[in-house]
Design a protein. Structure first.
Length: 120
């Protein structure tokens, strides 16, 4: 592979990886919408048009995390482990978990609002 085609190859691989990540979610949502609820997918054209944008955005987001944030977290975890500081390693992991839960609340509010609007 030449130097010029390496970024293109990496982008294609990232899009393929995100497609594999997203496919089960799309499958479950489509199954429940079409089979369980027995209703067509609303705004189907918009969903089809938006899906590639979601894939590109997700691929860019994951790549940015891989480049920018994952190395910092990995370095911290290795430093805690090398120092033999189980307390600080677990405290670090706990803090990340708490932040994840707190940051998930807006998504929960959005789902609640969606459910409220969906009820007749």
């Amino acid at each position: 592979m030449s130097y010029a085609t390496a970024p293109l190859s990496r982008a294609v691989r990232a899009l393929a990886d995100r497609t594999r990540d997203l496919a089960p979610i799309v499958g479950v949502v489509a199954f429940f919408q079409l089979v369980v609820l027995g209703q067509p997918i609303p705004a189907f054209r918009e969903v089809i048009a938006g899906t590639p944008l979601v894939l590109v955005g997700l691929a860019l987001f994951v790549e940015a995390l891989t480049i920018g944030l994952f190395p910092i977290g990995e370095t911290l975890a290795y430093s805690f482990a090398q120092r033999g500081s189980l307390f600080w390693l677990l405290t670090f992991a706990f803090a990340l978990g708490v932040i994840r839960i707190i940051k998930g609340w807006p998504a929960q509010r959005l789902i609640s609002e969606w459910r409220r609007r969906a009820q007749p």
